[in-house]
Write a protein of this length. Structure first.
Length: 424
């Protein structure tokens, strides 16, 4: 199994360009099922989750070809299949994003239930209740969701709690429903706004995406469109945190400050200098780091997808920082690995108390999920000596060419084909 070998401590210094957002690209790809196409997408990051979604779409009969950085997807007439099998869905929960578009366009779909994952149970009850509110008949059988509707009908649906892919699934389904749909208590993430922009280019009538109430007036059909996905705010945040943690300086080209507000506020309060421009965002840190508490929450709260990386930063702050994870119930698996590198962190339910600063020392650690892996890479760059981060296939799901980008920033990070038999 491939791993990263990191030799620290390093100071991150230089410029890096943001990749397209994985979590905007996934629903954008799924949207290709809504029309005959073609749908031309650019800015898709070269990461494993995107390859998995393209494979799933291929299985559903969507033809895709690459022309430079543009991916051209063509679902064609009603020739595609309606079945998303376990083998594909189990590797990526976001596969559930094909459910809404398939039911809306074909009138039926059978998608494997994604099941739990390392960061929590993650049910999809809201996706299903929402589809039922639009008139679909939903059944769970043999680990699969089957949904049917001759034609979906607009309705009013209130999410019990905001869900990102749930909001996206229903927004896509409602585009082809008869009449008006009102979705309430929606997730407000920038990726949802981006999907609405794409759907509008395809001819959908959507208002309010990015707010808690989204109104969609269904249309008979959607058409071809071209779209570039937004930059990846979580990737950008990860590189900003890397520079903050190592006392370095970075310019992230393509960063949109407004989408990163909750992180930038904490970085500024903890002693980092930030400067936003039209082209990106600069961060540097020369002085000591101050501890600052965070509480993860749906957008515009602090993103759960940056919690692990922020925790790595707080190990270097002087004093105690409390981190409260409210979105997923099991997203502290990086804590025991950080402790192996010397961090002093106590967990109490949804709270993690980080006592710093602790000098970190290189160790063998194991990635458990995508963002936990990124946290360990950050810790490895700040730590003295060699760190081996195992199971980096998690990282490859969502970070494009991470080792190359970090090398460009002066870090000593190498991808090894297998874990060494013992640390050097
Ligand atoms: N939830 C339910 N029922 C549902 C749906 C969600 O109870 O039907 C709960 C979840 O269990 C969780 C909370 O609601 O406690 C929020 O989950 P959400 O549905 O918003 O998560 P998601 O849509 O499955 C997306 C991102 C995740 C990110 C979360 C939260 C994509 C493809 N994935 O997941 O990204 O952590 O929103 O912001 O957009 C990552 O990139 O590392 C990642 C995990």
């Amino acid at each position: 199994m491939e791993c990263f070998r990191i030799v620290g401590p390093t100071r991150i210094r230089g410029e890096v360009t943001a990749s397209g957002a994985k979590n905007a690209a996934l629903p954008a790809l799924a949207a290709s099922l809504l029309s005959e196409g073609p749908l031309e997408l650019s800015g898709l990051p070269a990461v494993r989750d995107i390859r998995t979604m393209r494979q799933l779409l291929g299985h559903l009969g969507v033809e895709s070809e690459e022309q430079g950085e543009v991916v051209r997807l063509q679902a064609g007439e009603q020739t595609h299949f309606d079945d998303a099998p376990y083998e594909l869905v189990k590797t990526m929960r976001a596969s559930i994003l094909v459910l809404g578009p398939l039911v809306a366009r074909l009138g039926h779909a059978r998608v494997s239930l994604p099941g739990g994952c390392a960061i929590g149970v993650r049910p999809i009850d809201q996706h299903l209740a929402g589809l039922e509110a639009l008139g679909a008949e939903v059944q769970l059988e043999h680990g699969y969701v089957s949904a049917r509707a001759h034609r979906l009908t607009g309705g009013v649906f209130r999410f019990t709690a905001p869900t990102v892919t749930g909001t996206e699934n229903l927004m896509m389904a409602a585009c082809l429903a008869r009449g008006t749909t009102v979705l309430q208590n929606c997730a407000r993430e920038p990726e949802i706004r981006d999907l609405a922009t794409l759907l509008r280019k395809m001819g959908a009538h959507i208002e309010g995406a990015g707010s808690e109430r989204i109104e969609i007036e269904g249309v008979e059909r959607l058409t071809s469109a071209s779209h570039r996905v937004i930059p990846d705010r979580i990737e950008i945040g990860t590189y900003l945190l890397a520079a903050a943690m190592t006392g370095g300086e970075i310019f992230v080209r393509g960063a949109i400050s407004a989408d990163l507000a909750p992180l930038l506020e904490k970085l500024a309060a903890s002693g980092c200098d930030l400067e936003a421009s039209n082209t990106g965002l600069r961060l540097s840190r020369a002085g000591d780091l101050k501890p600052r508490d965070i509480l993860t929450a749906p957008h515009p709260g602090f993103p759960t997808d940056l919690q692990a990386q922020y925790m790595a930063l707080m190990t270097q702050a002087t004093g105690q920082a409390t981190i409260c994870e409210t979105v997923f119930e099991n997203r502290f698996q990086h804590v025991s690995e950080l402790a192996r590198m010397g961090a002093d962190i106590r967990i109490n339910g949804a709270f993690a108390h980080v006592h710093g600063p602790t000098p970190l020392s290189g160790a063998r650690v194991m990635a458990t999920d995508l963002r936990a892996s990124a946290c360990l890479v950050l810790a490895g760059m700040a730590a003295g000596g060699e760190t081996i981060v195992g199971r980096i296939y998690h990282l490859d799901r969502g970070y494009e060419q991470m080792e190359l980008k970090l090398q460009q920033l002066g870090a000593r990070v190498q991808r090894l084909p297998a874990e060494p038999t013992r640390a050097a």
